[in-house]
Design a protein around this ligand. Structure first.
Ligand SMILES: CC(C)(COP(=O)(O)OP(=O)(O)OC[C@H]1O[C@@H](n2cnc3c(N)ncnc32)[C@H](O)[C@@H]1OP(=O)(O)O)[C@@H](O)C(=O)NCCC(=O)NCCS
Length: 191
């Protein structure tokens, strides 16, 4: 999709995000939710954690067609250079390069903020997601076997990691909301 652009997500995107995500909750085991989060809960998430970590959307002619964001990996202070990442596209728009574009913007933003590690948990099987994560630099850490039960069966989750910075003593990570307009323009432009 040639005309797709990336921008920072806004709370007004909650309805589109809820709609994209609901398909995967209801029809797949990709997400471990059992009921789709409401628009109000997405609005709350966008308002609460959108300031600290990147939350970006892919837009085609004003239509949100996908989203990617990072969340805290775990709450203890020493984990603050590590995040979990998530990506979803509207069903039917796969394999047109949007996932790669979104992840490039997300990872450039995380690097720019001083994050050292991005982790992604992928319910197996999911060849498109494993393929995308490998294509943008993630490598397999290990598999949590039978860690979730959904749609009548135990599900394995493969954990992947992308090392985004060298492992010297790190500077404090910055918050996404403190990025300048020039930084955002650089991070969210296609390479
Ligand atoms: C996973 C997902 C985000 C991938 O996005 P996408 O736009 O389809 O992927 P792209 O077209 O950008 O592909 C980028 C690379 O990923 C890999 N890839 C994508 N789809 C693949 C597939 N079906 N099989 C194997 N590798 C695949 C390839 O390396 C591809 O590069 P190439 O096209 O040059 O070969 C998308 O399929 C999706 O939204 N899936 C449902 C939700 C989901 O699984 N989210 C991840 C949760 S862990």
């Amino acid at each position: 999709m040639e005309n797709v652009v990336l921008r920072v997500a806004r709370s007004a995107d909650a309805a589109a995000i809820a709609n994209i995500f609901a398909h995967y909750v209801e029809h797949t085991t990709i997400s471990f939710h059992d009921t789709p989060p409401t628009i109000a809960s997405w609005t709350g998430q966008l308002e609460q954690h959108g300031g600290r970590y990147p939350w970006i959307v892919a837009v085609d002619a004003d239509d949100v067609v996908g989203f990617a964001y990072a969340t805290e990996h775990l709450p203890r202070a020493a984990y603050r250079w590590s995040v979990n990442t998530t990506i979803y596209l509207r069903d039917g728009l796969q394999r047109r390069g949007v996932g790669r574009t979104l992840y490039q913007g997300l990872l450039a933003s995380l690097r720019g903020l001083g994050i050292a590690n991005a982790y992604a948990g992928i319910t197996l099987p999911n060849a498109p997601s494993e393929g995308l994560h490998r294509a943008v630099g993630f490598t397999l850490v290990g598999i949590y076997d039978a860690v979730g039960f959904k749609h009548g069966a135990w599900r394995d989750v493969a954990w992947y990691r992308n090392r985004l910075a060298s492992l010297e003593t790190p500077a404090e990570p910055r918050a996404f909301q403190d990025a300048s307009a020039a930084e955002l323009a650089r991070w969210l432009s296609p390479p």
